[in-house]
Ligand binder design. Structure first.
Ligand code: ADP
Ligand code: ZN
Length: 728
């Protein structure tokens, strides 16, 4: 609850320093309210904090220091503070770290930036010149809006000396104005595209939910190309009509540009953006405008969830199954789950959109916890691609080739018809393994336990696990024999080589995240392809994400079995999602598409499910398996990751923790491990994981906290708790 404190009253201020709980200060001159962002003295420093409530008292009042000042920034409202508290409790993150996530806008303490602007004083110029008249006309045309000297000079087509002269003569007055220009208004009353019957029904249902003004989550499940975006934009429209703010999360910055265009087409202006590609000035502006409610719609990455919205009415999580919604460093959280949490606290609606929802979401919709809307047909004349397997056991390819004759013939036909073909291989680089032919040594990473991957384009070996890199060695690092290092297996770069050889006339474009240094470069490559600037596209995972290539009619998956190896319980789900998403790139416009899956096990149940597209059966079978294993979403999991430079130390501590499992047994939870973590060594630290499995209703967080607190950790040993881990 919001409370006012008069000067001198005790307040508890939570800072972003790792101290755990709020500290007592005295309210400053002019007082403050709960949620105010403030600057407080801490030792010799001044730090950012938030007024969290009443002070605890019990200290010598003479020694309690006053709050230095209240910042000129929107306060963190009750809902926002409640959200941070609940998110901290859920992820077992210290509250100060959570506050840091929420106040990450650059330099809040500096206040709004200002700039020098001009206005007319009302005095007539003593000496009227042609140039001076043009300036006054240009100023009129600005309709009283703030304009800088250089803007005005440019508009009037005069030199800056003319402007200076007018200021000196007292005709123009120069003053400071906040730089935070308002965002252009989004107008929900503009007409939307004509919707198909299915779209119209789904849109009506979402509008009604948003108009209800209460919390609720809806799975919007629609095949790729069914027009989910147009549908959820109508939910956004309703939210804007209600005067509330909306947030759309996208899994990938490269998708933002296309989305901005669609918002512009629908609402007549662009929304605010929040992601790592946005400048710090712009972020600061957005942070403020969100708090005042002036930013109506924000499109962004997962961290946008921690912005201090004034009145949030809708959160859309597009491609909700995407693994990039899980933050794997610092505060470990899943943005999809946090979106639901935030919405439930502030009474907003959540739309989870996907063609291939996560199993968790499917189960929640199946059980009625979430509402569900289905778009079963592609928009317009577009049809879903036909899917077939190519049995690689029958193809007998030479060892350095990866494209079967069957697939190659199809590619040939498509490009002869002026269409595009996409060859998908989820492996960056040239070859996954570099081996010495003399001694058999495989080049491994010196920083972690992964193999090094050759990137011929960059002329380096790169570790895909920890990012370490070095030049490709001439001589074997083990036996020193020169000139015998060989690449084994295919990566996209090697596939590109084969394609260039077999289709010498074709224009080939390789889409792999490591080949693009900026989001803009990637965006341009995608636009070029969409406009027909390539015949064959070779791509990794990034092509699976929501891009629209109208000329693309054939998708060839080079190795459909790739994701099925390993013991991860999510392997089937991931492979199913990825294959269906990739296949969904084909035939998005008038021409029908085909997807061909090269596989060595065409009778594998997952491959069969991908081919038949019998999704509900697939999800039901997967759900049954999870239920039997007591795995999420039927049970709860947490990973405890311990890391230390010395592998023996980290295993010892993990083993001791595993032995002292009393607090966990008390809630009926089990501990597995220790075992090497999914990423077993990073930057010289060995990582070991314990997996905890509990009933869905067990108070897991409290037990974990008690459990971890029993052990005094050796210096330099880090412990991170990963609630709902991605792999198990
Ligand atoms: P999804 O997100 O479900 O894959 P999109 O929303 O991207 O699908 O829509 C697929 C294509 O169909 C896009 O090019 C989009 O502009 C077009 N589209 C969807 N709905 C409509 C509509 N009602 N009117 C015109 N074009 C539409
Ligand atoms: Zn490495």
């Amino acid at each position: 609850m919001s409370e006012r404190f008069d000067e001198g009253q005790l307040v508890g201020v939570l800072t972003t320093e790792p101290l755990g709980r709020p500290l007592d200060y005295k309210a400053p001159e002019g007082g403050c309210v709960t949620g105010d962002l403030v600057e407080v003295p801490l030792g010799p420093r001044r730090v950012l904090g938030c007024v969290w409530g009443k002070g605890e008292g019990g200290f010598d009042p003479a020694r309690v220091r006053p709050v230095t000042r209240v910042l000129d920034a929107a306060p963190l409202r009750d809902e926002m503070r409640a959200f941070l508290q609940r998110a901290a409790d859920y992820t077992l993150t210290p509250l100060p770290q959570m506050l840091r996530l929420a106040t990450r806008a650059p330099d809040l303490a500096a206040g709004p930036a200002t700039r020098r602007v001009l206005r007319a004083s009302g005095r007539e110029p003593a000496r009227e010149t042609e140039a001076r008249l043009r300036v006054m006309d240009a100023l009129d045309a600005w309709h009283g809006a703030r304009v800088t000297a250089s803007e005005l000079a440019a508009e009037a087509g005069v030199s800056s000396a003319v402007i200076k002269g007018l200021v000196k003569a007292g005709v123009l007055i120069e003053e400071d104005a906040p730089r935070d220009l308002p965002y252009p208004h989004l107008n929900p009353a503009l007409p939307h595209k004509e919707l198909s019957d299915g779209q119209a029904q789904a849109a009506a249902a979402l509008r009604a939910s948003v108009a209800g003004g209460r919390y609720g989550t809806t799975l919007l499940k629609g095949v790729t190309g069914s027009g989910k975006t147009e549908v959820y934009l109508e939910a956004v429209a309703e939210c804007l009509r209600q005067g509330r703010q909306a947030l759309v999360l996208l899994p990938e910055i490269a998708l933002t540009a296309g989305f901005l265009d669609r918002v512009q087409a629908r609402f007549g202006a662009r929304p605010a953006e929040w992601h790592s590609g946005v400048t710090s000035t712009e972020r600061r502006r957005l942070w403020r405008m969100i708090g005042t409610g002036d930013a109506q719609l924000v499109v962004g990455a997962r961290s946008a969830l921690f912005l201090p919205f004034r009145e949030l009415g809708l959160i859309v999580v597009d491609e909700e199954h995407d693994t990039s919604y899980k933050q794997e460093e610092g505060v470990l959280y899943n943005a999809r789950d946090m979106a639901v949490l935030r919405a439930s606290i502030c009474g907003a609606q959540v739309v989870l959109a996907s063609a291939t929802p996560s199993l968790e979401t499917w189960v929640n919709a199946d059980s009625g916890k979430y509402a569900r809307l289905d778009l079963t047909a592609r928009f317009g004349a577009a049809e879903l691609p036909q899917m077939r397997a190519i049995d690689m056991r029958a193809e007998r390819l030479p060892s350095n080739r990866w494209v079967s004759e069957t697939l190659a013939a199809q590619v040939q036909t498509r490009i002869a018809a002026g269409e595009q073909a996409l060859l998908f291989l989820n492996r960056r680089g040239y070859a996954p393994v570099t081996i010495c032919r003399a001694c058999g040594h495989q080049v491994g990473c010196s920083e972690c336990d992964a193999r090094m991957v050759e990137h011929r384009f960059l002329k380096r070996l790169i570790c895909h696990q920890c990012g370490a890199s070095r030049p490709v060695p001439e001589a074997c690092p083990a036996c020193s024999v020169e000139g015998r290092m060989a690449a084994v297996g295919p990566g996209v770069e090697r596939l590109a080589e084969e394609v260039a050889e077999r289709f010498p006339e074709a224009r080939v474009s390789v889409l792999s995240s490591d080949l693009f240094t900026t989001a803009r470069a990637l965006k341009e490559a995608i636009e070029t392809i969409a406009a027909g600037g390539a015949d064959i596209i070779i791509g990794t995972q990034i092509v699976a994400k929501g891009h629209n290539f109208p000329l693309l009619t054939l998708v060839g998956v080079i190795d459909a079995d790739l994701g099925l190896q390993g013991s991860d319980l999510r392997a089937a789900e991931r492979t199913f999602q990825l294959m269906r998403q990739v296949a969904g790139r084909a035939g998005r416009a008038e021409k029908p598409g085909t997807a061909l899956l090269q596989t060595h096990q065409p009778e594998h149940p997952v491959i069969r499910a991908i081919l038949t597209g019998n999704e509900e059966d697939f999800w039901r079978a997967e759900a049954a398996e999870r239920r039997m294993a007591g795995a999420p979403p039927y049970g709860r999991m947490a990973g405890i990751i311990l890391s230390h430079p010395d592998v023996a130390v980290v295993f010892d501590v993990a083993a001791e923790l595993a032995r002292r499992d009393g607090p966990l047994r008390a809630i009926g939870a089990q501990v597995w491990g220790p075992a090497p973590a999914p990423i077993a060594r990073v930057r010289g630290r060995h990582r070991v994981r314990l997996l905890v499995k509990a009933d869905r209703t067990a108070p897991l967080q409290a037990a974990l906290a008690e459990w971890a607190a029993q052990i005094k950790l050796p210096t330099n040993l880090r412990l991170a708790i990963d609630i709902d881990p991605q792999s198990f």
